[in-house]
Design a binder for this molecule. Structure first.
Ligand code: ADP
Length: 694
């Protein structure tokens, strides 16, 4: 039988027309008693992927491989006995893919009652199966989430609320918000009408006391009066068709305590259609507390920042951090050396150190009318060539030190220059965030006062030098007189040699040479004295202590002779230099020697010996000692020698030693008085630091 023949028979068997046959949505297959396919409609072609002409006459089971195969006999048996069979089968399509098909078989018998053909309708279940499985999975996931989430979840049934609202509308109320505000009881009624369907574990933990059942009672328990507007607003959101609504609200636990919550109502359309609503609640009291604390500390900081009587600047140093990162990437490890080689880096660093806030005191100190005038790069406040403190501060930052402090001079916006103590506070974690706090304390007055003090000290030192010269007048006069007398004598002798009948020119030349030498000596003495007498500002320079002692001794030579004192010098060779003012340090030596001579003379000591020693101490400092063989210092005077106006001499002013001390201290050193251990006599020791460059 050809395909046409089968088709025809099938149509006859089905008793229907082919057009109808193809219009049916479901798969329609007719097979004979042996299972060979007699008819195959369009829906079958779509479902199984085989075209009609491919399948007619084929055994249906070979083609579609119905499973479970082991039940095939049972299926046939039921078909034969009952005339029908319904069930689900797994089959293969033309592409070999598995399909789930719901089939119905009906057995038709011929006139003799023998099985003639079977009509099968089939419906694809695969799609539905997949959708169902997906739904199940998502439901399962949702259930898991619902139960396990760290947020409290409530599934609510608000069908009754809908009825109440419809009632309102019928009564002519259109402005729900206004109505709820005026009728808080109605809101309570709405809450009471909301049924709690389910809650998760977190809800039990957050709201309850351990049991889930007691929480499912009345929703009103969780809504304090203060939060009624929140409930009303969420109902309005639902009515307004919003997909969800989120707000902060105060909710109540079963134990009556109230807490801050983030309340989220979720109006999924399909849930709303079923009268269901999902609510999520997160306890945010901790977060609120932390936020409040943060706010408080921020405001405390702002208050401090503003109220401090010190100029404060907040700088954004993220640009500087970026510059540093670049340098480190280039392999720079020593910023100090780098700046020595690239001095322009300082300006670059200033340009990216940007003031973002300043306090009121900064405005007054820097002569600004508004905050705006001070904001921006700090470059213009630094005086070119005087930015050591800026350099120091960024080098400290490079080393990740938490702070830096230095005295410096800055320029104000109105063009003045001010002396400030400049300090930077930037703990590493702040610095990493690009935050640096800079303070400036105005020290103009201190700096002026210090300068004034230096000036006064210099003047006192001068006055005391002049007084010292006064004490040495006799000696000075004698010293100057000596060369002058020699000049006079030699001049007279020279004249005599020339007045001879035969003038002795050679002799006269020798005498003239001596006169010239003496005149130079006199000039030198006068210049030395002038140096001592002159009033001038100290001029620090590196000095060799030996030379200083020698010069001072020259100054005192006549005095030593006059007092019949013996001088012994013990000068250590090759001492490093000290940094200081020549005249002032000489003044100290002369003063100590004159005091020693006076003490020996006053006591009428028969043996007058004076020793000046220099040496380097174990600590690396330089020591100068003046020792005499006089009476020494009385124990009760030891503490008072350096007091101003303390003197044991009839005409003493008592300023020599205090001036010596202030000179030595201004040189970074110290001076001490004591008695010689071995013999009688006093011992004064001056200690000075070595010059930094020496
Ligand atoms: P003045 O020389 O005008 O008294 P000084 O300040 O130089 O003022 O000295 C203060 C006092 O210190 C002296 O009056 C003296 O009593 C004591 N004094 C200083 N040097 C010595 C010394 N070498 N030996 C003993 N006493 C000394």
């Amino acid at each position: 039988m050809d395909a046409e023949g089968f088709d025809r028979r099938a149509h006859q068997a089905a008793g229907e027309r082919p057009e109808w046959f193809d219009l049916v949505h479901e798969s329609l297959i007719v097979r004979d008693a042996a299972g060979r396919i007699l008819a195959w409609n369009r829906a079958s072609e779509r479902l199984y992927g085989w075209r009609r002409e491919q399948v007619l006459g084929q055994p249906v089971e070979t083609l579609l491989q119905s499973a479970p195969a082991e039940l095939a006999a049972a299926r046939e048996e039921q078909l034969r006995s009952a005339g029908r069979w319904d069930g689900e089968l797994r089959r293969r399509n033309a592409a070999g893919e598995e399909l789930h098909v719901e089939v119905r078989w009906a057995l038709h018998r011929d006139d003799s009652g023998a099985p003639a053909h079977i009509v099968e309708t089939g419906r694809d279940l695969s799609e539905r199966r997949r959708a169902e499985a997906a739904l199940q999975a998502s439901e399962h996931r949702y259930r898991n989430l619902f139960g396990a989430m760290a947020a409290s979840f409530w599934e609510l049934d608000f069908s009754a609320v809908g009825a109440l609202l419809r009632g309102l509308r019928k009564a002519g109320v259109s402005d729900y918000a206004g109505y709820f505000a005026e009728h808080p009881d109605f809101a309570r009624q709405l809450i009471g009408a909301t049924r709690i369907v389910d809650i998760n574990d977190e809800t039990v933990r957050l709201f309850g006391r351990g049991s889930k059942a007691e929480l499912l009672e009345d929703l009103n328990a969780y809504w304090p009066d203060e939060s009624l507007p929140v409930y009303a607003a969420s109902v309005l959101a639902a009515v307004g068709g919003l997909p969800h609504y989120r707000i902060e609200a105060r909710l109540r636990r079963l134990d009556g305590s109230v807490f801050d919550a983030l309340f989220t109502a979720c109006f999924a359309p399909e849930a709303v259609a079923r009268g269901r609503l999902l609510i999520g609640v997160i306890d945010i009291s901790e977060r609120k507390r932390a936020y409040a604390a943060l706010e408080q500390s921020e405001s405390r900081y702002r208050n401090l920042f503003q109220a401090m009587a010190v100029s404060f600047w907040q700088l954004d140093s993220s640009g500087l951090n970026a510059l540093f990162a670049e340098l480190r990437a280039q392999g720079v490890s020593d910023l100090h050396a780098y700046i020595d080689a690239h001095p322009e880096f300082l300006r670059q660093a200033m340009e990216v150190s940007v003031a973002i806030d300043v306090n009121d005191r900064a405005l007054t100190l820097f002569g600004a009318g508004s905050t705006q005038e001070l904001l921006g790069p700090v470059t213009r406040f630094w005086i070119p060539g005087r930015a050591e403190a800026f350099r120091g501060s960024i080098e400290a930052g490079w080393r990740r030190e938490p702070g830096y402090q230095a005295e410096t001079r800055l320029r104000t916006v109105d063009g003045r220059e001010i002396d400030v103590l400049f300090f930077v506070t930037a703990p590493p974690d702040m610095r990493d965030k690009g935050m640096v706090l800079v303070g400036n304390i105005d020290i103009s007055e201190q700096v002026a006062a210090r300068a004034g003090l230096r000036q006064a000290q210099a003047e006192l030192a001068h006055a005391s030098r002049v007084a010292m010269l006064g004490e040495l007048t006799a000696s000075i006069a004698h010293e100057v007189n000596q060369p002058l007398a020699a000049i006079a004598t030699n001049g007279a002798a020279g004249l005599r040699w020339l007045a001879r009948a035969e003038p002795d020119v050679d002799e006269a030349r020798t005498l003239l040479q001596r006169m010239s030498d003496d005149a130079r000596r006199a000039a030198e003495i006068i210049s030395r004295i002038r140096g001592m007498a002159l009033r001038r500002a100290p001029e620090p320079a590196p000095l060799a202590l030996d030379a200083l002692v020698q010069e001072a001794v020259q100054f005192l030579q006549h005095e030593l002779r006059a007092q019949q004192a013996q001088l012994r010098l013990q000068l250590a060779p090759a001492l490093p230099t000290v940094q200081g003012d020549r005249v002032q340090l000489q003044q100290v030596i002369v003063n100590l020697v004159v005091n020693a001579l006076q003490a020996m003379a006053q006591a009428g000591s028969p043996r007058r010996e004076l020793r000046i020693e220099t040496l380097r101490t174990a600590a690396g400092e330089i020591e100068l000692a003046v020792l005499d063989s006089g009476p020494g210092i009385a124990a009760e005077h030891l503490d008072r020698l350096f007091e101003s106006f303390f003197s044991t001499k009839p005409n003493g002013m008592g300023l020599g030693l205090p001036v010596c001390r202030s000179i030595i201290e201004a040189h970074g050193g110290r001076v001490a008085a004591g008695n010689r251990g071995d013999d009688c006599g006093a011992r004064f020791v001056v200690t000075l630091p070595v010059a930094a460059t020496g």
